[in-house]
Design a protein around this ligand. Structure first.
Ligand SMILES: [Zn+2]
Length: 298
């Protein structure tokens, strides 16, 4: 199994920050250490070309990123400091999700050790998200005629507001988001289906909701491909949220989503999304749990 990854993701210097940029490299190292993958199983994407970003993003925004000209307010909204390395890593990341989706179309599954930057809008970044890799990947693969209909299953703690906004008038892309209601982003965009969870929601209630909605969405909408945003910030220890999912609960979530896609032969690209446990090693092990679940099923 090939995994898509770049060393550049962990080289972005954002100083003391809740976003654990180191997690990407630690995930790679742990996967190697555990013998789950070999050294040459990693594919390093090139950065996407600026003009290809125009599938989703505005020319004005790309110019600002290229030239380091974000305003003070724009950088505040992004919630991480701009640097040329941040833009480079973000462009590699967009291509990484594209490659994961291309892999999925060939092999059934594509795993990106990165991505899931669902808060990025066409004309601005926010909530640690510079470029919306999910949206660019879907638009590019659609434009090339490789798929017609796509579904985004977004299980991050936070609502996928950027993705929902980008696809709001696209009847060929179904956006699903299950997230903590009483949390950033406020106000929220409208996905095709939003499930806003109350504080303290635990494993059982979460799984009941997935069982109620996921099979029905897949059967009714019949997508040609899926991008699964597998954020691990719904975890009970997470510093940014108040959901109460356990490690086993997140494993059940991943198994349920991936199995429902696999048995319907829906090609699936996995992106990591958020994860802000006080101990970075918990975040790393939760992401590895997702990756292992996917490898096991394919
Ligand atoms: Zn999140």
């Amino acid at each position: 199994m090939k995994l898509i990854y770049s060393d550049e993701y962990s080289k972005v210097d954002i100083g003391e920050h809740v976003f654990p940029v180191l997690k990407y490299r630690l995930i790679k190292e742990k996967l190697l250490e555990e013998g789950i993958v070999k050294k040459n199983d990693f594919i390093e994407p090139e950065p996407i070309k600026d003009e290809e970003l125009l599938l989703v993003h505005t020319e004005e925004y790309i110019e600002k990123l290229k030239n380091g000209k974000l305003s003070f307010e724009e950088e505040l909204k992004l919630e991480i400091p701009y640097s040329p390395q941040l833009y480079l890593a973000s462009k590699i990341c967009v291509n990484g999700t594209i490659i994961a989706l291309e892999f999925a179309l060939k092999e059934g599954i594509g795993i990106h050790i990165g991505g899931g930057f669902h808060h990025a809008y066409p004309d601005h970044g926010e909530g640690f998200c510079v470029l919306n890799d999910i949206a660019v990947a879907i638009k590019k693969i659609k434009k090339e005629g490789k798929i017609k209909k796509a579904v985004v299953i977004d299980c991050d703690l936070h609502q996928g507001n950027g993705t929902a906004f980008i696809f709001k008038n696209d009847t060929d892309t179904f956006t699903f988001s299950i997230h903590q209601e009483n949390l950033y982003p406020v106000p929220k965009e409208r996905s095709n289906l939003d499930i806003g969870l109350k504080d303290g929601t635990g494993d059982d209630e979460y799984m009941e909701l997935l069982e109620k909605y996921i099979p029905e969405i897949l059967d009714k909408f019949k997508p040609d491909a899926c991008i699964y945003q597998a954020g691990v910030d719904p975890y009970k220890e997470d510093q940014l949220g108040n959901l109460n999912l356990t490690k086993d609960g997140l494993k059940m979530r991943d198994e349920f989503i991936i199995e429902n896609l696999r048995k319907r032969n829906i090609p699936t690209a996995i992106t990591l999304g958020g994860g802000y446990s006080p101990n970075i090693l918990d975040t790393v092990s939760l992401h590895i749990q997702t990756i292992k679940t996917a490898i096991k099923k394919y």
